[in-house]
Design a binder for this molecule. Structure first.
Ligand SMILES: *[C@@H]1O[C@H](CO)[C@@H](O)[C@H](O)[C@H]1NC(C)=O
Ligand SMILES: *[C@@H]1O[C@H](CO)[C@@H](O)[C@H](O)[C@H]1NC(C)=O
Ligand SMILES: *[C@@H]1O[C@H](CO)[C@@H](O)[C@H](O)[C@H]1NC(C)=O
Ligand SMILES: *[C@@H]1O[C@H](CO)[C@@H](O)[C@H](O)[C@H]1NC(C)=O
Ligand SMILES: *[C@@H]1O[C@H](CO)[C@@H](O)[C@H](O)[C@H]1NC(C)=O
Length: 563
């Protein structure tokens, strides 16, 4: 519903008042989070972790399309804190995206109430802290958005719904890892893999997931790790893929799935084997030494310990990459299924829209002041004290950052192999035009795999291919049933093409989901401004929102209009 249509008095008020960013008609879910440090031994050795309400991983946010989520967050850490709701599009509301470029952090010892709406979305997502290197200590959790009752989903309602948060893990504290990166040293290899916060198993483990014979369950698998792609497989059971990051997919069966950093996949598992205990396996991909973790999934009244013979991982190396690319190509949008809205996904013909802008981003590594940095097109992002979104809103951008330091084409000097090539450290913000249909080419000239997440949008992942991109490569694009999603992997010496309409006004982050690369500057923002300055296109800053930097005491901009 738009503010131009003043159907109800309640809604009229909510449009007028910048306090009420969220719509009054939709249900509210209230949460209170106590965020603290704690000591746990995910890999067998005690270490400091971040807990939410004493939980690691944090509590799952279980919601339905259009719910309003209100979370009163108490920061009991000794550092400023922010959470992002990875994959939640925050329509008209980049204020709540929870990144240092959009939002002022919650000061230690204080609490702040985050409010956002999961508008017109369904699917499997997760949240995590975006400040410092907090993610390396945990603080993440699952975020589900169910379809509204009236909207059919393309499978029977599962008998249960499980989160499977997998990811590699370091046994060093987030502060020492941050120390390495700040001093120009890479993070090195992770120490293990966690499944829902657990990295060590014993024979006597009770099942982490329990199913009843004959029933079907949904497992929402997300890679919340820091460095590696993870292959996931279920002993003796096929995975039926049904959803990727908010899109219903063609329901193919898989023995194993590559879940790259930051990605989420929903699979259905039917308990149609002997009532026993089995192992879910998560192992690193494309790594010299493969790190593996298991968790028990079993049948109610299942007998006996699981077999120790693990289902095999797909091969690594060049073959493995070809296998993985093929698996990507097998993911298709189900054109007849609905997602958050009743109309079928395929009624949106993205392949017939003319591209208005092509942005090629080369994700390179390099050096600045002798230290390791990562960049897009030669600029390594740094967060200014004032979030760029706030600076832009208060008309103070020129005090904080410059637009368009990078061009739409990478400079010819980029080789990308960390050979000491110099990069510029600065806030990296591209001015993008509201409602343009753009093509973004993500180029990975490095020897290791990378993965990228875009906030604020879903994009069509139309191609992931080896070699160097050129306009002729558009012939390889899937312009019919590519999956609309928010995170895409790019293999070594390869590229990926994504397409999207910039129909969400705000300041939106594109980042490498490898923690090291993102932290060391491989991220940027798209400033998408609606020239209308209308509440129809973007909310004003909520009066309760915290201010920082040059935004403190700055005069408010004139109110946005209603049309
Ligand atoms: C999550 O939400 C769905 C849809 O509202 C509901 O059916 C389910 O019971 C909820 N699960 C939990 C654990 O609250
Ligand atoms: C902090 O928590 C208190 C008590 O729950 C609440 O009344 C207050 O609104 C919260 N403050 C902010 C800024 O959210
Ligand atoms: C696509 O969705 C439709 C509509 O819900 C469903 O009937 C069909 O089985 C799905 N097709 C595939 C191939 O998954
Ligand atoms: C797209 O571009 C083609 C060729 O330039 C043009 O003929 C067509 O009208 C355009 N379509 C739209 C929807 O703008
Ligand atoms: C962004 O681009 C638009 C359209 O080209 C232009 O009108 C606007 O002035 C630019 N904004 C900035 C801050 O450069």
């Amino acid at each position: 519903m738009e503010c131009t249509k003043l159907f109800s008095f309640v809604f009229y008020l909510s449009c007028l008042s910048s306090l009420t960013v969220i719509q009054a008609e939709d249900p509210y879910l209230f949460f209170e989070w106590q965020v603290t440090y704690g000591t746990l031994s995910p890999l067998g050795k005690p270490q400091q972790v971040i807990l939410i309400n004493n939980q690691f991983p944090g509590p799952t946010i279980n919601s339905t399309s259009n719910n309003n989520i209100v979370i009163n967050i108490f920061n009991k850490l000794d550092e400023p804190l922010l959470f992002t709701w990875n994959g939640v599009q925050q329509r008209k509301n980049s204020w709540q995206d929870g990144l240092p470029g959009t939002t002022c952090p919650i000061k230690p010892g204080t609490n702040f109430t985050v409010k956002f709406q999961v508008k017109d979305q369904i699917g499997s997502y997760y949240y995590y802290p975006t400040t410092a290197l907090h993610k390396a200590a945990g603080g993440y959790g699952g975020l589900r958005i169910h379809s509204r009752d009236l909207i059919p989903i393309p499978f029977d309602i599962p008998s249960g719904d499980f989160d499977v948060l997998v990811g590699d893990w370091y046994s060093d504290s987030h502060t020492s890892l941050k120390g390495f990166l700040d001093s120009g040293r890479p993070l090195g290899r992770p120490d293990g893999v966690l499944i829902n916060g657990k990295g060590v198993t014993s024979k006597d483990d009770k099942p982490m997931f329990t199913m009843q014979s004959g029933k079907t369950y949904r497992y929402r698998i997300c890679n919340v790790g820091m460095k590696n792609s993870i292959n996931v497989r279920f002993q003796d059971h096929k995975m039926k893929l049904v959803e990727i990051e908010g899109s219903h997919t063609v329901q193919n069966d898989y023995d194993s799935l590559d879940v790259h950093l930051g990605q989420c996949y929903s699979v259905l598992i039917t308990a149609n084997k002997e009532a026993n205990n089995y192992l879910l396996v998560a192992s690193t991909r494309f790594t010299k030494e493969v790190l593996t973790s298991t968790a028990v999934f079993g049948y109610e009244n299942g007998k006996g310990a699981p077999s120790t013979v693990l289902p095999p991982a797909p091969s690594d190396g060049t073959d493995g990459i070809a296998w993985s690319m093929n698996q990507f190509r097998s993911f298709r949008w189900n054109l007849t299924a609905s997602a958050a809205r009743p109309n079928p996904q395929g009624s949106y013909h993205y392949g017939q829209i003319n591209i208005t802008r092509t942005i090629r981003l080369s994700a390179s590594s390099g050096k600045a002041n002798g230290k390791l940095r990562y960049a897009f097109n030669g600029v390594s992002h740094t967060d200014p004290e004032t979030p760029m979104k706030l600076a832009e809103y208060f008309g103070l951008s020129d005090k904080v950052f410059k637009y368009d330091l990078i061009k739409d084409v990478p400079p010819p000097t980029i080789k990308g192999v960390g050979d000491g090539e110099s990069v510029t450290i600065a806030p990296n913000v591209l001015n993008a035009t509201f409602r343009n249909f753009v093509e973004i080419i993500l180029e990975n000239p490095e020897k290791s795999i990378n993965s990228f997440h875009l906030a604020g949008f879903s994009f069509f992942a139309v191609a992931v291919e080896p070699g160097v991109w050129s306009p002729e490569k558009r012939k390889t694009y899937n312009l019919v049933d590519a999956v609309s999603r928010n995170t895409i992997q790019v293999y070594p010496n390869s590229w990926a093409a994504i397409m999207l309409t910039l129909d969400n006004a705000g300041m939106w982050n594109l980042r490498s989901t490898t923690l090291e690369r993102g932290y060391l500057g491989q991220q940027m923002y798209f400033s998408v401004v609606s020239p209308e300055r209308s509440l129809r296109d973007e909310y004003m800053l909520d009066d309760t929102q915290q201010l920082c930097g040059v935004a403190i005491g700055a005069p408010k901009p004139p109110p946005y209009g209603l049309a």
